[in-house]
Design a protein around this ligand. Sequence first.
Ligand code: XIL
Length: 311
Amino acid sequence: GTGLDALIKAKGKKYVGFATDQGEFGNTGITNILKAEGGCVSPENSMKWDATEPSRGSFNFNGADALVNFAQTNGKMIRGHTLLWHNQLPQWVKNIGDKATLTTVIQNHASTVAGRYKGKIYAWDVANEVVADGGGMRSSVFSQVFGDWTFLDVAFKAAKAADPNAKLCLNDYNINFTGAKLNTFVQVVKDLKSRGVPIDCVGTQTHTSVGGSDIPNYKNTLTTLAGTGCEVQITELDIAMSTTTSTSALQQQQRNDYKTIVSACMGTSACSGITLWGVDDANTWITGKHPLLWDENFAKKPAYQGFVDGI
Ligand code: XIL
């Protein structure tokens, strides 16, 4: 093939992926691109805690199963997203006040969700966004009840037991910028390793902006992440415009920015793959800011060529 996934595989990387879910599978504009250009899918929402275990011990896998079936039918890899996160987390979890109960609940959630898809998931975002924006631990029911980072140990060990061959990742945003958040993130990963907790990969979401100050330095932040000794994955890439009007100047800058980020991955041996957080500008969580490679009519934007040039 000639799509993005084929191009990146020809250069030794593992995949180009896209976030999607069941609600998009009836949209042939999207599915044609997923099939032709992608080698991996991420569930945009269907594997999150609120979707999979809305009340304690009561699991719903309708959306997640649909995503997995789509991937398997079309020969795509899957990134699992995500077992433990402070957002899209049901209130019943937030209400837990004691460590013994929360430990059991995390173990049961991680082992049930990861266990259902055992052998089918390339990499799991076991935990998402656990670092605070200014560095240190993000405030959440997990950090408050445990008082330290060891809720991560519980989640990673449960995921490992449930799906021993999946790569287990810690994922976060704004670690594409240097500073306290990136420093804490790297330290947390190193500490997990030193405690013998099974972690294989780090995910840098990379929700960023056209012309962003992180972009010229992106290769350095990938190198810093690779310094953990983990596989590095770009897990949620999108590059938003500053205005809702997509000018040709912004389109050209966006093209350059995609090229810079993709070529940073290509130049970093630990960087294994890149997932875009959606296919087209009409179907994105960054409403109106044209962050993706295809426009609202599924025409390739200059950003698409920038991605190709980066490979
Ligand atoms: C977003 C989805 O794209 C939206 O549809 C949903 O309403 C909110 O979550 N970081 C993550 C993703 O790890 O799960 C988020 O996805 C975007 C930010």
